[in-house]
Design a protein around this ligand. Structure first.
Ligand SMILES: Nc1nc2c(ncn2[C@@H]2O[C@H](COP(=O)(O)OP(=O)(O)OP(=O)(O)O)[C@@H](O)[C@H]2O)c(=O)[nH]1
Ligand SMILES: [Mg+2]
Length: 391
C-alpha cells in the first residue's frame, strides 16, 4: 500500500518526515516504495526548515498563511489554523499533485498534533478539501494526543484536542489515534525525545505498507494482506501496535519445523509478540469495542506454519470478539518474528470521550474569565473618570 503523507504543524511535519525516512528504509533494504509523496504544511517557516528528510523545496514544505501569521505559527489558536487552511487549501492541493508518484497512491494519510494550533486547526479542513477533490481515494488521519502534563498546564490543550478530533472524525475515512503519553510509559527519558517517539509511532506501518508492495515471490505470503484488505478494515476510530519476538537461531528456509516441541515454541513466540502488540497499542482502549481488526505476521519462511497463523487468529478473536478479522503472512526477516495489529471501527474511545465531556465546563469557565476581565477593565475606566484628559 502506498500513501501520500501530509503533515500539518510541527508535530505533523515531524511525523511525515519520519514516514519519509521509513520509505527510504523500504527502498534501500527491500527495493520497494511505500510513500508516494511526503509533505509538510505549516504556518511556521522555522518548523519547516527543521525537517531533514522531506524534500526542501516549496512544493514539499508548504508555507501557508504567511501574511496573517508572519510565518511564526498561530500560537495554539486552532481556529486561526483552520482559517489559514481555508485560505491556502488550493496551494496545498497544487503542491500534492506535483509529486511524481502522486497517482500511484492508494490513500492519503494526514498527520497532526491535536493540541497545537496550526496542525489541529488545519488537518480537518484539508482532509475535506482533499476528499472533495479525490473522491476515489480514502483519506486517513493520524492524530497525536498531548502528554498528560500538557493537559494539566496548558489551557488550550483540551479545547484544541476536542475540536480537532470531532472535526477530523467527521470528514475522514479513519482516524489513527496515537497517545504521546503511551510512549513514555516504560521509558521516561523519551519525554524529551520526540524523534524517538516519532520512530515508535511510524514503526507499525512498516510491514503493513511493505507487504502489499512486494514484487518477488519469495516475499509474498500464502495470504497476502493488500491495500484492499487494509481499506476494508479501516473505518472510524483506529489504533495500532506491533510486537516482536527474537527467534533463537536462523534456520535455512527448507528446514521446516517437524518437531512438535519446536512448533509449540514458535506458537508461543507468536502469541508473545501479539500480546506485546496489543499491550503497546497506540492508545489505551478496550479491544472488545473494535468491529474490525487485522493482524500481519512477519517472519522468515521457515518459521511460518498454519498452526501459528490459526492460533494467532484465535487469540485475536478472544481479545476482540466482535471484530471481523483480516490477516496476512509476510515472509521476511532473519531472526525476528513480528506481529502488527490494527483495531478499527471502535465503538467508543474513553480518551476521546473525556475530552468531549470536559468542553461544557471549559467553555463556561472561559466565559466567566472573560466577564471577569471586562468587569475589572470597566472598574478601572470608571476610576479614571475624575482624571483630566491629555487628548
Ligand atoms: N508525537 C509528537 N508530538 C509532537 C511533536 N511535536 C509536537 N508534538 C505535540 O503536538 C502538540 C503541539 O502541536 P504542534 O504541532 O507543536 O503545534 P502546531 O500545529 O505547530 O501549532 P502552532 O505552533 O500553535 O502554530 C503537543 O501536544 C506536543 O506534545 C512531535 O514531533 N511528535
Ligand atoms: Mg508550530
Amino acid at each position: 500500500m502506498k500513501l501520500v503523507v501530509v503533515g500539518f504543524g510541527q508535530c505533523g511535519g515531524k511525523i511525515a518526515d519520519e514516514f519519509n525516512r521509513l520509505n527510504a528504509r523500504a527502498r534501500f533494504r527491500r527495493g520497494i516504495e511505500i510513500i508516494a509523496g511526503a509533505f509538510a504544511v505549516n504556518t511556521d517557516v522555522a518548523d519547516l526548515s527543521s525537517l531533514t528528510s522531506i524534500k526542501s523545496d516549496y512544493q514539499h514544505r508548504i508555507l501557508i498563511g504567511n501574511r496573517k501569521t508572519g510565518s511564526h505559527g498561530v500560537g495554539k489558536i486552532n481556529e486561526v489554523g483552520a482559517e489559514m487552511a481555508r485560505q491556502d487549501g488550493d496551494k496545498v492541493i497544487d503542491a500534492l499533485r506535483s509529486a511524481a508518484r502522486f497517482y500511484e497512491a492508494d490513500a492519503f494519510l494526514l498527520v497532526a498534533g491535536a493540541a497545537g494550533g496550526t496542525g489541529s486547526g488545519s488537518i480537518a479542513i484539508m482532509a475535506q478539501t482533499i476528499k472533495d477533490r479525490y473522491e476515489d481515494k480514502p483519506v486517513y488521519a493520524l492524530v497525536a494526543l498531548p502528554f498528560e502534563h500538557e493537559e494539566k498546564t496548558e489551557v488550550r490543550t483540551i479545547y484544541n484536542s476536542a475540536t480537532c478530533l470531532k472535526a477530523v472524525y467527521s470528514v475522514t475515512d479513519a482516524v489513527f489515534l496515537v497517545d504521546n503519553q503511551r510512549y513514555v510509559r516504560k521509558d521516561s527519558s523519551l519525554l524529551n525525545n520526540m524523534a524517538a517517539i516519532n520512530q515508535l509511532i511510524v514503526e507499525p506501518f512498516y510491514d503493513l505498507l511493505c507487504t502489499g508492495e512486494e514484487k518477488k515471490a519469495k516475499h509474498i505470503g500464502t495470504r497476502l494482506l493488500d491495500a484492499g484488505d487494509i481499506g476494508q478494515t479501516l473505518a472510524g476510530w483506529t489504533v495500532l501496535g506491533y510486537g516482536k519476538s527474537q527467534l533463537s537461531a536462523i534456520r535455512l528456509p527448507f528446514e521446516r519445523t517437524r518437531n512438535f516441541r519446536k512448533k509449540s515454541t514458535e506458537t508461543h513466540k507468536g502469541i508473545q509478540a501479539m500480546d506485546e502488540a496489543i499491550s503497546n497499542l497506540s492508545l489505551r482502549c478496550n479491544p472488545k469495542d473494535a468491529s474490525s481488526a487485522l493482524y500481519l505476521l512477519s517472519a522468515p519462511t521457515a518459521e511460518m506454519n498454519m498452526d501459528l497463523v490459526k492460533e494467532l487468529g484465535e487469540y485475536l478473536k478472544d481479545t476482540a470478539p466482535e471484530a471481523i478479522i483480516r490477516y496476512g503472512d509476510y515472509p521476511r526477516g532473519g531472526s525476528t518474528l513480528k506481529i502488527t495489529v490494527v483495531l478499527s471501527q471502535l465503538k467508543t474511545v474513553e480518551k476521546v470521550r473525556e475530552y468531549y465531556d470536559k468542553i461544557p465546563d471549559l467553555i463556561q469557565e472561559k466565559e466567566r474569565t472573560q466577564e471577569d476581565i471586562e468587569a475589572k477593565l470597566k472598574e478601572l475606566i470608571d476610576a479614571a473618570t475624575a482624571v483630566p484628559s491629555l487628548l
